[in-house]
Design a protein around this ligand. Structure first.
Ligand code: SAM
Length: 238
């Protein structure tokens, strides 16, 4: 792309956006004391996910489809999804233990047999899953706006290639983002990697699409920002 959509901001909202974006970024908790040890106490936390590679169904004890959210944050989206869709198994992947701890704490008094969390970086994904995921959710992923960092974006060809052997048959990626630059980049990368853009919206709130709101989405929507949405599908052998 020749123009810098990553730095696009609606002019009247610029100041409020910058201020609140900082607040949103501060939603991340860092250095929570003993977060790894505390995570390990949770029955929802899988400490050694690589041991389940190719056999996640044995953990869920059924053959239901498995959906994965990468960058699950504090877990609101996945917890609601797990309650809403008991016939689907959900795994939340998050690289920071201090953030993930907040997700496991939210469900400590609940019984959700179709939900687990793992503390891993997406770059390890091929070591963890082998032809067993039906859908990957990428909700408000870090945009990495600098061109030299584009390989770090979770929808870069770099990552889309890593996802290839993680998917079971049909590959389905669902992305939501407030960042129009990341969104435009993602649409290009998904298309180049053979995905069909099944549903696309520049204003999810005004679409007839079933939606479960994430933490970041709630904040950005309250600020009046439109949410971009894509459901991309790649059929088996295409
Ligand atoms: N999905 C949540 C939401 O929509 O509210 C959180 C969005 S937050 C902007 C992005 C999250 O992705 C952060 O919690 C971050 O730690 C996590 N993350 C970023 N890169 C990651 C990676 N490579 N692997 C796993 N998690 C990652």
């Amino acid at each position: 792309m020749n123009f810098d959509l990553f730095s696009f901001k609606a002019p009247p909202l610029k100041t409020v956006y910058e201020k609140n974006k900082k607040e949103v970024i501060n939603m991340r908790l860092r250095n929570v004391k003993n977060s790894q040890e505390r995570l390990e106490q949770s029955p929802y936390f899988i400490k050694n996910p690589k041991e389940y590679k190719g056999k996640w169904h044995t953990l869920f004890k059924n053959q239901n489809p498995i959906h994965l959210e990468i960058g699950t944050g504090k877990g609101n989206f996945l917890i609601t999804m797990a309650k809403k869709y008991p016939e689907i198994n959900f795994i939340g992947m998050e690289k920071f233990s201090s953030v993930l701890l907040r997700a496991t704490e939210k469900v400590e008094n609940e019984s959700l047999p179709n939900l687990y969390f793992i503390c891993e970086d997406a770059k390890e994904i091929q070591e963890i899953f082998d032809h067993e995921i039906s859908t990957i959710y990428l909700n408000f992923s870090d945009p990495w706006p600098k061109k030299r960092h584009e390989k770090r974006r979770l929808t870069s060809r770099n990552y889309l290639s890593l996802y290839e052997n993680v998917f079971k048959e049909e590959k389905r990626i669902v992305q939501k983002t407030d960042n129009i630059g990341l969104f435009a980049f993602s649409l290009e990368e998904l298309s180049k990697m053979g995905y069909i853009l099944n549903k696309v919206s520049l204003d999810l709130k005004n679409e007839d699409i079933l939606n479960v709101v994430t933490e970041y989405e709630e904040k950005f929507s309250q600020l009046g920002f439109k949410i971009n949405y894509v459901e991309a599908i790649k059929h088996k052998d295409s």
